[in-house]
Design a protein around this ligand. Sequence first.
Ligand SMILES: [Zn+2]
Length: 172
Amino acid sequence: MASNHAHHATGWAAGVIASALIVQAGASGPWHLWALLAFAAAIAGGTAPDWLEVAWWSRSRRLWITHRTVTHWGIGWVALLVVSWKFASFHHPLAAAAFGFACGGLMHLLADWPNPLGVPWIAGRHSLNWWNSGRCDLLIVGASWGAAWFVAAHVWLHRPYGLPLPAHWRMG
Ligand SMILES: [Zn+2]
């Protein structure tokens, strides 16, 4: 895995992206509360694929799910992202939280992807095989924050360059 530090750092970046998109969608709720909720959920989601597979409620803390299997399943996270995005249009706080959680989880998968163990995006693991675990964390973190800056700048600074969001994404 990318190191835990890297997952935390990219999780924060996912939080910025998730809350910016919720704001952009006009689904941020009263006092931007749902956007804040999405932010917090993304930070939790950024490490979720790893803590979901640990039986943290038991004393032994053994893995009850094999490392990098179900909890790192790409289709599952993408499905959650798409469904929660649909529901976010109804301005429901749970949808915003689920959307943030999914953003964090997907960010986690992207951070795990380049190292040799790979990520089971669809079926069977796939690895970009770029480097060994924990190496080049800085690059991953830098890329995630670059993406976060790009999205946040578009939403809050109204820069001339825009995200190529399809028109039907803009709601609210
Ligand atoms: Zn992982």
